[in-house]
Design a binder for this molecule. Structure first.
Ligand code: DSN
Length: 435
């Protein structure tokens, strides 16, 4: 099947004309185009409360959806294994220098594909298989990669988990110290995914020094708050700091490792060639844009608003009879113990989702129920703050949550709340999504 190309040559196969006939996504693949549109609508008409999610700006999305995805560039700026890096080196150098300035870090690696690979790079840099490591246990709000038995980090290392205390549900530093002295870990992780309180990095440092451990802070959830000055920074305290780039930091999905200069070589070697091949350059560009955005006064304000919104939402929920793990929040996240409302996390999460209020069911510390059907519900304020919502909206949100959780099988009520939520959302355009 031959046909004439626009340059007068002949082409045999229509697919060979990809570079000449380049239809839009809607033309090429209406199914995926439609699904993306539907997701845009979902993200517009609902209140997105999953604390690890956010809205990337239009500028971040444009950079991430660019031709930079076409390029391979194993190595680092100035020392690559493929030619043609004139542009990519500049992109990566911009991302690195902006993040160094934003966080005050001595060294930054922007190549990890996401948070878990960033953490694996830390293990590869500092540990051998079988070494002892310590992190907050998953049921206490830790992360899989801090030594959970279902993760490679729990299988390849001797993982010791510390916990929150039963009395106040805050990190039990007496236990951290006792366990660290008993097990003398190579790495001590300070990082969480479901912990609503400020992390005391200096206390972790003290304990790490007492046992000769490297202190690694995983600030994936709070890096936007740290960048905006709404949470203390571990930079200069921890040996290594890892983060994702898409949570409170509002970048594309990606990961970074920040460290003292003395560890730069080990970390870089661990990321490439230790763990990964070519970096995702389109993501690197998106991270550079996000770092630029995060260095503005508006971002600082956003970071502080995330925390003040979470505090108002927590107070309002308490006022509606909800019980909160630790009794409140210092950061972007609220963990609700639903036992006082006589409903499980899963039942509440499904009903709230139908009402346009999207969070996730989550274990609470010392949860008597199983992780797939736990007692808790985890929410956070980053996404709704990125849309510009404030005090008034937090109070309304707590009211809706109370109505839905107390009447989880009342379809009529849930429909009514969903309509009210969608109506309120109209006044708060979602960044990155065309109106
Ligand atoms: N999946 C992330 C979260 O929701 O906290 C952690 O990696």
């Amino acid at each position: 099947m031959w046909r004439t190309s626009i340059t007068g040559g002949t082409l045999r196969d229509p697919m060979a004309s990809f570079n000449l006939v380049d239809p839009s996504l809607a033309e090429r693949d209406p199914d995926i185009a439609r699904l993306i549109k539907e997701e845009e609508v979902r993200e517009t008409v609902k209140l997105r409360l999953i604390p690890s999610e956010n809205y990337a700006s239009r500028a971040v999305l444009e950079a991430t959806g660019s031709v930079l995805t076409n390029k391979y560039s194993e190595g680092y700026a100035g020392k690559r294994y493929y030619e043609g890096q004139q542009i990519i080196d500049q992109v990566e150098e911009l991302a690195v220098s902006r993040l160094k300035a934003l966080f005050g870090a001595e060294h930054v690696n922007v190549q990890p594909y996401s948070g878990s690979p960033a953490n694996l790079a830390v293990y590869l840099a500092f540990c051998n298989a079988g070494d002892t490591i310590m992190g907050l246990g998953l049921p206490s709000g830790g992360h899989l990669t801090h030594g959970s038995h279902v993760s490679i980090t729990g299988r390849y290392f001797k993982a010791v988990g510390y916990n929150v205390s039963q009395s106040d549900q805050r990190i039990d530093f007496d236990e951290v110290r006792a366990l660290a002295k008993e097990h003398r870990p190579k790495i001590l992780w300070a990082g969480t995914t479901a912990y609503p309180r400020t992390l005391d990095f200096a206390k972790f440092r003290e304990i790490a020094d007492e046992v000769g451990a490297k202190l690694c802070a995983d600030i994936a959830h709070i890096s936007g708050l740290v960048a905006g000055g709404a949470h203390p920074s571990p930079i200069g305290i921890a040996d290594v700091v890892t983060s994702t780039t898409h949570k409170t930091l509002r970048g594309p999905r990606g990961g970074i490792v920040m460290c003292k200069a003395e560890h730069a070589k080990d970390i870089d070697r661990a990321v490439f060639p230790g763990l990964q091949g070519g970096p995702h350059n389109h993501t690197t560009a998106g991270i550079a844009v996000a770092a630029k955005e995060a260095s503005t006064p508006e971002f600082k304000q956003y970071a502080h608003n995330v925390v003040s919104n979470a505090k108002i939402l927590a107070e309002s929920l308490l006022g509606k009879g909800f019980s909160l793990v630790t009794g409140g929040t210092d950061n972007h996240l609220i963990l609700i113990d639903l036992r006082s409302k006589n409903v499980t996390g899963k039942v509440a999460a499904k009903a709230l989702d139908r009402a346009g209020i999207v969070g996730n069911y989550n274990s609470i510390p010392f949860d008597p129920r199983k992780p797939f059907d736990p007692s808790g519900f985890r929410i956070g304020t980053p996404s709704i703050t990125s849309r510009g919502m404030g005090n008034e909206e937090m109070v309304r949100l707590a009211g809706w949550m109370d109505q839905v959780v107390s009447n989880a099988s009342d379809d009529k009520l849930i429909e009514k709340v969903a309509a009210e939520v969608a109506e309120m959302c109209k006044s708060f355009p979602a960044p990155g999504i065309p109106v």
